[in-house]
Write a protein that binds this ligand. Structure first.
Ligand code: UT7
Length: 319
């Protein structure tokens, strides 16, 4: 049984926030942000626009691309760090809005690694026969968690959503999710966190990050996860057609490519125009490269991410 990726969709809020605008709010510059991160702009959700709204739009597009309907979906996983409410799950609102009346829907929290964790989770449900067709979504309104006076974090993040439809198929040939690898090391909890939450402070809190410490962990663990996903599938990294990384920083993308000897033109980069959209970044980048015709059916795609927790992981998929 293989989990075949039948369709991808994504959504970006209309409002674009440029580096120049940010330079008016905090002590930063377009030059610093571009040089240190590669980010030129990011999208910001409108007032009243919720994570579920972004997720619903991306999901509708993914369903259309997949040729599937609400009646086919029996599992919805929303990877998010910015749920609409503390409870119920954002996935419940997504399920209702899509008119899905069967199966389970829940949120998954692995911050920027959320989409990879959700993909691995859905793949396991499908492999065990506990669901047939899953919507796996990464959706964030990360701007709501930003301290707009902290130049070390507010310039990095943006909002958006991406979704894929996965279907269990017995006769998929070599298509589908081939291997996944996910990992958490809670000892690095304090490198990247939000200083609020219902249990600890009864507030939502703001993002806090020791950026250069996370950066040092990122290249090493992302490279390791990619090699592990390939090893589990007995596939060489050279056989991969496209690398779709979590979009945190262009220097991380370049560092990983250098370390593993990957040609840069095989790496999909959207960080310049999306910024870091946390759990949404991988499916947003995947959709961008599918839409513009770079990624074609039958090609081998390796996705990866690292985020708060720390969490990290990779997923190897033949489209
Ligand atoms: O998605 C989850 C995972 N997250 C990541 O992977 C993020 C990983 N980290 C990074 O991408 C980078 O560490 C950052 C982009 C966050 C920071 O870049 P850096 O090259 O590591 O800079 P730094 O934190 O070491 O700071 C260097 C200097 C500092 O000034 P001093 O102390 O040298 O005077 C900062 O205060 O840059 C300063 N700085 C800024 N200057 C202008 C930090 N942020 C800014 C800013 N504008 N926005």
């Amino acid at each position: 049984m293989r989990s075949v990726m039948l369709g991808v969709g994504s959504y970006l809020p209309t409002r674009v926030l440029t580096n120049a605008e940010l330079a008016k709010r905090v002590d930063t510059s377009d030059e610093w942000i571009r040089e240190r991160t590669g980010i030129r702009q990011r999208h910001i959700a409108a007032e009243g626009e919720r994570t579920s709204d972004l997720a619903i739009d991306a999901s509708r597009k993914a369903l259309e691309a997949a040729g599937r309907e609400a009646k086919d979906i029996d599992l919805i996983i929303v990877a998010t760090t910015t749920p609409d409410l503390t409870f119920p799950a954002t996935a419940a609102r997504v399920q209702a809005a899509l008119d899905v009346h069967q199966g389970a829907a829940f949120d998954l929290q692995a911050v920027c690694s959320g989409f990879i964790f959700a993909l691995a989770t859905a793949d396991n449900f499908l492999a065990r026969g506990q669901a047939k067709t899953a919507l796996v979504i990464g959706a964030e309104t990360f701007s709501r968690l930003l301290d707009w006076e902290d130049r070390g974090t507010c310039v990095l993040f943006g909002d958006g959503a991406g979704a894929v439809v996965l279907e269990a198929q017995a006769d998929a040939g070599d298509r589908g999710v081939i291997s996944t690898f996910i990992r958490t090391d809670g000892r690095m909890h304090d490198l990247l966190y939000v200083d609020g939450g219902p249990s600890q402070t009864q507030t939502t809190g703001k993002v806090r990050m020791i950026g250069n410490a996370v950066f040092r962990q990122a290249v090493e663990h992302i490279s390791g996860a990619m090699l592990e996903a390939c090893a589990r599938a007995q596939v060489s990294i050279d056989a991969v057609d496209w690398f779709v990384p979590h979009q945190a920083n262009q220097r991380i993308l370049d560092g990983v490519a250098r370390k593993l000897g990957i040609p840069v033109d095989k790496v999909v980069s959207t960080v310049g125009v999306h910024g870091n959209t946390s759990a949404a970044s991988v499916p947003l980048a995947l959709d961008a490269a599918v839409q513009d015709g770079r990624i074609k059916p039958g090609q081998l795609v390796l996705m990866e991410a690292l985020g708060g927790g720390l969490t990290w992981g990779a997923a190897l998929v033949r489209l």
